[in-house]
Design a protein around this ligand. Structure first.
Ligand SMILES: [Zn+2]
Length: 204
């Protein structure tokens, strides 16, 4: 169960998290979780380049370890990097000490300072968040594309993503094998739609 559009209640419960960046400018913040994955991530990079789009990649540390060259390419092309833990841990099911160690372990493979963090599944305890917030901005989202949901028809995924996007939206996609089918349909069309409306795509 998930919502394409986050409701006001959850934002009110966690005001210190960044959910979107509303303003007058036509800007969208694209985010890609769970990579880098060979094939998928490079495909995303090519699509982004076509639209002169910059994005933020919330990488899994273990995937950086396995695919360092793909990770280098993400950095070289000028995108932002965010910490998504080393092993994609669920904060609600993981002891604080182990969770924080996993967040730190990400730093060992990132090869640069990283000050953005997104909890896998959006699940993090208040006490975990309190520590991570000292060194990172906690980035959530206001629009979930649902690309990872293989029961969701690709055109519905596109239609919902477009419908809920506003100025300053932070939208979640996944550069993962699971999301690939929907992503390949949705991403170019989503970018084309908002590009033609005069939007730009910026990194966090
Ligand atoms: Zn994730």
């Amino acid at each position: 169960m998930y919502w394409h559009k986050n409701n006001f209640l959850i934002k009110w419960l966690y005001p210190s998290f960044v959910w979107s960046k509303p303003g007058k400018e036509k800007i969208i913040y694209l985010t890609f979780d769970d990579g880098p994955i060979p094939g998928v991530t490079e495909w995303v990079l090519d699509v982004l380049q076509h639209y002169h789009a910059k994005a933020t990649f919330f990488c899994v540390g273990d995937n950086i370890r396995k695919h360092p060259r793909v990770f280098e390419k993400v950095k070289q092309e000028g995108h932002s990097i965010g910490n998504h833990t080393f092993n994609h841990l669920n904060g609600w099911k993981t002891a604080k000490k182990i969770y924080l160690e996993n967040v730190s372990k990400f730093g060992q493979v990132a090869g640069q300072e990283v000050h953005l963090f997104r909890p896998p599944y959006g699940k993090i305890s208040r006490s975990q968040a309190a520590v991570i917030r000292q060194t990172h901005q906690l980035i959530m989202w206001d629009v979930l594309s649902g690309d990872f949901d293989n029961t969701l028809p690709a055109h519905t995924c596109l239609q919902k993503s477009i419908q809920y996007t506003q100025k300053g939206t932070i939208i979640v996609f996944h550069d993962s094998l699971k999301a690939r089918r929907n992503l390949q349909f949705v991403l170019p069309r989503y970018l084309q739609h908002f590009h033609s409306l005069g939007y730009s795509f910026e990194k966090l």
